[in-house]
Design a protein around this ligand. Structure first.
Ligand code: IVH
Length: 742
């Protein structure tokens, strides 16, 4: 490239990117796929990196970049930002029209109104000088707002420079910044997953996002913008009508609602209102009404203002999307994956245009965070097709007789135990294979490629089989007859025969696949294989207890013993019900369950010696922590799950024993090994050999480790072994040890 070429290329790329942005955000008709847009943007980024002198402030690469502010500066609005009067009925809109005609001395004629949705976000003023975005300011009190320029620059639908030609030297446009519903839902589910506070509605989310001092946070929020008017205009004249102005700014690259329409007279305004009301739920953003503006700007001028609102515009409101009502009860629904969702039964309330009597509370964490109690007055939101939700509690209205929401101990659908592991927001039914609510998902997972790999058993077929009552659990699959399958939709003799053959073939599997196929919560493919390898048999896995899996150290045991001895409970109290004492932070619900498993009552534990409380785990499996232990143990404790497993085994599902049975005592029984560094043979090879000899293989070195097998370039584990005085051997010594034992 010659010296001029990179500059020309950079400018060409910027033009293309601006154009595609315009097609995407303003015309809503993208010409290229997103991936192509990203490629162009990357090319520009690379070019600017090699030629930093080519970077311009309005390059599409420069949307985010400014550093966090200490505070926002104040901006004086040269033309005040007004608000709107509201009309709540057809009559009030008629009255508005009559006043307009009277003032215009056109009592007998029709006035042309420009109609557009009233977006539910926050007002913004954008200032373009010589076609460049130089300032973005909030409405504030209408005369003074806050300078949020660096945040508005991150909003992709706001152009950093105007397109086309003929724009005034100074052009201020006014409009609404809002968060589309889909983006709001995603943002809130991310907040929920992270255990962070959710936003009450898209408007609050948009306002909170725009008022971030760090523009990088704003950049991550799905904000959008529609222009609905102008502010200061200097130079080049614009159109004589509001709708003409909006058409102009649209040509210059600013997004304008595609719903904007001219209404000739008030009857047309009523029709527009009704039509928008019908479409309200289908839009992908919240609107709270329709705004009617006298279209002719000379007439607007003639009408003028009263107080803080123009006489030439009015908002006709829709029914509110948030209302207050009372929580009568909370019930739990079981989803396809076993998740229990609390649902509030409400005193029926008209909200968002329909009567709502149920609203989701998402999960127990949300109930706790929002502090919702049965009997509370709450704010319910229903917007669009989204499920109505309880967004907050009106604390001032809490009556004295509310009660807390209790997570049921048993699944309301199948009666299996419900578990909600420490630190997890979602409670789940543990009846995976059996629970009606989860059947279809359980069977789809069972048949999937990495599980039992039943070829030809796709999602659609599973749905048919379950819907027709042919299959209730995975075990029923193996009882299917060819003619039953052939009779299903889109199946024939041949495909039925193929499926029967595939089912037969799937019976020969591995323990790892089988465990994965059972769909135990938290047991992915890798963990299923680890369990299969380390425990060797289904029997061993099925009979695991929490005390096998979870360790309480000696020092923890002393503290626990002292604390529990202090508790003066009735001797028969099950330990699981003794709340973990606050000063024993490590002592979680699972620890108490584990101790309960061994000691049953508080009295028994009080009588025990501290060392008896300490747990010397017989089984230690890499990666199995407390949370997973609880899930595994609970799954196998459900009689229904055991029934399904027995059914599968009886149907002929089998696997080779991954741990060859050895005659007599296990020679390395009770010894713990750690493998580290680079060994000649893969680590898994030695791991299997050691396991076959009865040894345990763990991932980290402690004083309980008997041998560290160190290969080349061993690092921190070797060092730790030396510090703790643990025996260190090399690969040769390990082979000798195994030979001697073998
Ligand atoms: S016109 C002088 N048009 O509603 C007229 N406002 O309740 C000023 N709003 O602060 C506003 N959509 O933030 C207008 N299509 C629309 C609107 C709209 C939403 C907001 C705006 C204003 C508030 C007044």
């Amino acid at each position: 490239m010659s010296a001029a070429e990179p500059a020309a290329r950079a400018e060409a790329l910027r033009r293309q990117l601006d154009h595609h942005n315009y097609c995407y955000y303003v015309l809503d008709e993208p010409e290229i796929p997103d991936a192509e847009y990203d490629r162009l943007l990357r090319e520009l980024q690379q070019l600017e990196e090699t030629h930093p002198e080519l970077v311009t402030p309005d390059s599409p690469t420069q949307r985010v970049g400014a550093r966090p502010l200490e505070r926002f500066d104040e901006v004086a609005h040269r033309i005040p930002m007004l608000s709107l009067d509201n009309a709540f009925s057809e009559q009030e809109l008629e009255d508005f029209d009559r006043r307009v005609r009277e003032r215009l001395k056109k009592a007998a004629a029709k006035v042309v109104y420009s109609a557009e949705p009233k977006l539910d976000g926050l007002a913004i003023s954008l200032r373009y000088e010589a076609g460049r975005l130089v300032q973005g300011a909030t409405r504030g009190d209408g005369r003074h707002g806050e300078d949020v320029t660096q945040n508005v620059r991150t909003i992709p639908s706001i152009p950093l420079r105007l397109m086309g030609e003929g724009w005034p030297e100074v052009l201020e446009v006014r409009g609404e910044i809002f968060m589309p519903r889909a983006g709001f839902e995603t943002l809130n589910s991310v907040q929920r997953e992270r255990g962070e506070k959710t936003f009450v509605n898209p408007r609050n989310a948009a306002a909170g996002s725009l008022r971030q001092l760090d523009p990088r946070i704003t950049a991550q929020r799905p904000l959008a913008f529609f222009c609905y008017g102008t502010g200061e205009v200097v130079g080049h004249p614009m159109s004589a009508t509001h709708s003409g102005n909006m058409a102009l700014v649209r040509e210059w690259g600013l997004p304008v609602s595609s719903e904007l329409a001219a209404c000739d007279g008030i009857a047309a305004c009523h029709r527009y209102y009704d039509r928008m009301g019908g479409r309200r739920d289908k839009l992908d953003y919240d609107i709270d009404g329709v705004v009617f503006k006298v279209d002719d700007l000379a007439q607007q001028q003639q009408l003028g203002f009263v107080a803080r609102a123009p006489r030439w515009a009015i908002a006709r409101k829709f029914p509110a999307q948030e209302e207050m009502t009372r929580v009568e009860d909370v019930e739990f629904q079981v989803g396809r994956t076993g998740a229990l969702t609390p649902v509030a039964r409400l005193e029926p309330i008209f909200v968002g245009g329909v009567t709502v009597s149920n609203a989701t509370l998402h999960n127990m964490d949300e109930i706790e965070r929002k502090d919702v109690r049965i009997g509370d007055s709450v704010i319910v939101r229903r917007a669009g097709d989204v499920i109505p939700e309880v967004v907050s509690v009106v604390r001032e209205r809490r009556p004295p007789d509310t009660h807390a929401v209790q997570l049921p101990a048993h699944c309301p659908v199948c009666g299996s135990a419900v578990i909600r592991p420490e630190g997890e927001a979602v409670a789940r039914c543990s009846g995976g294979l059996y629970c009606q609510a989860q059947r279809k998902e359980a069977i789809k997972h069972f048949a999937s490629r990495k599980a039992m790999d039943i070829e030809g058993l796709g999602d659609k077929l599973v749905e048919q089989l379950v819907d027709q009552g042919l299959v209730g659990s995975p075990a029923d699959l193996y009882a299917l007859r060819q003619e039953q399958i052939a009779a299903l939709e889109r199946m024939g003799e041949k495909s039925a025969a193929n499926l029967v053959a595939a089912l037969e073939a799937s019976k020969e599997t591995t323990l790892g696949r089988f465990l994965f196929a059972l769909g135990i919560l938290g047991i992915g493919e890798t963990m299923a294989n680890t369990l299969a390898r380390d425990l060797g048999s289904l029997d061993a896995i099925e009979s695991l207890t929490l005390s096998d899996l979870i360790g309480v150290s000696a020092s923890q045991a002393v503290k626990l013993h002292a604390r529990l001895s202090d508790l003066d409970e009735d001797g028969q109290t099950p330990l699981g019900r003794v709340l973990p004492p606050a000063d024993l932070k490590w002592c979680r619900h699972v620890h108490l369950l584990m101790l309960e498993e061994r000691f049953a009552t508080l009295a028994a534990i009080q009588a025990a010696q501290p060392e008896e409380l300490a747990n010397d785990p017989r089984v230690r499996i890499e990666g199995v922590g407390e949370v997973l232990s609880e899930k595994i143990v609970t799954f196998f404790r459900q009689p229904h799950n055991r029934e399904v497993i027995d059914g599968l085994v009886n149907a002929g599902v089998h696997w080779p024993d991954p741990r060859p049975a050895r005659a007599g005592a296990q020679p390395l029984e009770g010894l713990t090994f750690v493998l580290t560094g680079k060994l000649e043979q893969p680590r898994d090879h030695y791991k299997e050999l050691l396991l076959a000899h009865g040894a345990k293989v763990v991932g980290s070195v402690s004083k309980n480790t008997d041998y560290v097998v160190a290969g080349e370039a061993a690092g921190s584990k070797l060092k730790k072994a030396q510090e703790l005085g643990v025996a260190v051997i090399d690969e040769q010594a390990l082979l000798k040890l195994l030979e001697k034992q073998g």
